[in-house]
Design a protein around this ligand. Structure first.
Ligand code: GLY
Length: 256
C-alpha cells in the first residue's frame, strides 16, 4: 500500500514541454493547473499524503516528477534524465527525498548512465526497466546494482516505439497489467494476466494503481470499462493538457 506521494506544480513554461505530438497543440497553463489540482484530489481520495513541490520555473517538463527519482518503501534513487533539458530537474527532488529517506537509503544514477523513472515499472520485488531513448544500458546497470542492495531484481526491457516503458504498460497488482502496442507480446511479460488496450485508446495504458483503486485518464471509455470489468474500483481524472507533452497519470507523481 502507498502512504505517500510527491507531485510538482506545473510552471508556466509547461507549454514548451517536449512533445512527440505537436498536432495536439500546446498545453494551456491555467487548464494544466486545474487538472493538476484535480489529480492531487484523486490521489488523496486513495488515502495517501501528497507533498506538493513548488514549480521549477526553468523546466517545462518538471511537473513529470516521476522521471527524476525511483522510490519505494526501502530506498530512493535519484535519476539522470536522458533528455538534456530535464537533467537540472534532479536538483529539485533531493531535499524532498531527504524528508523520507536516510542518506544511506538514497542513490544516484551518474553519467554516462541515464535513466528516467517513466521507464521503470515495479511488480512486487522485480523492477522492469525500459532500454529507451532516455534510459541507457549503463543507467540500467547502475539501477540494478543499487536496487539489488535492497533486495530488488531488475529485468531490462528493450523498447522499440514508445517514449517510456510506462507509456505502454502499467502494473495493476494482482499479477495484472494494462498493455498496448509493442507490450502485448513482449516475452518479459508472458506470465502476467493482461488487459489489452485498443490502439485508439493507447494513451490510457498509463493508468495508476493506488491502494486498490485504479485511476484512469478521463475520456477513454474502452479502457475504463475493461478496468472495471477486471474488478477494480476506478477514479477518472482529466490529463488532456499533459497528454499534449507526452505526459500521463504516472508521470505526475512519485508513489511510495
Ligand atoms: N514531455 C515529457 C518528456 O518528454 O519527458
Amino acid at each position: 500500500m502507498f502512504t505517500h506521494t510527491i507531485v510538482r506544480t506545473p510552471c508556466p513554461k509547461v507549454c514548451d514541454g517536449i512533445t512527440s505530438s505537436p498536432e495536439l497543440g500546446k498545453p494551456v497553463y491555467e487548464k494544466a493547473l486545474k487538472q493538476h489540482e484535480a489529480y492531487i484530489g484523486a490521489l488523496k481520495a486513495c488515502g495517501v499524503d501528497v507533498l506538493v513541490l513548488p514549480p521549477m520555473e526553468e523546466y517545462p517538463d518538471s511537473c513529470f516528477v516521476e522521471d527524476v527519482a525511483v522510490v519505494n518503501k526501502k530506498c530512493a534513487l535519484i535519476t539522470n534524465p536522458g533528455a538534456d533539458t530535464r537533467k537540472g530537474e534532479i536538483l529539485g527532488i533531493v531535499d524532498a527525498l531527504k524528508k523520507f529517506y536516510r542518506e544511506d537509503q538514497i542513490g544516484r544514477i551518474t553519467a554516462p548512465g541515464t535513466l528516467e523513472g517513466g521507464d521503470v515499472m515495479k511488480c512486487g520485488s522485480t523492477y522492469y526497466v525500459g532500454l529507451s531513448a532516455r534510459t541507457n544500458a549503463e543507467g540500467i546497470r547502475q539501477f540494478a546494482a543499487f536496487m539489488g542492495k535492497f533486495g530488488f531484481e531488475t529485468v531490462e526491457v528493450p523498447l522499440t516505439h514508445v517514449l517510456h516503458l510506462k507509456t505502454g504498460v502499467n502494473y495493476l497488482e494482482n499479477n495484472t497489467m494494462l498493455v498496448s502496442g509493442e507490450f502485448i507480446d513482449k516475452p518479459e511479460f508472458a506470465s502476467f494476466d493482461k488487459i489489452v488496450i485498443p490502439e485508439e485508446e493507447a494513451y490510457a495504458a498509463n493508468c495508476i494503481w493506488m491502494n486498490g483503486t485504479v485511476i484512469v485518464p478521463e475520456g477513454y471509455e474502452a479502457v475504463l470499462r475493461a478496468v472495471k470489468d477486471a474488478g477494480y474500483p476506478v477514479l477518472t481524472t482529466d490529463t488532456s493538457e499533459f497528454r499534449k507533452i507526452d505526459g500521463g497519470l504516472s508521470c505526475l507523481s512519485l508513489r511510495f
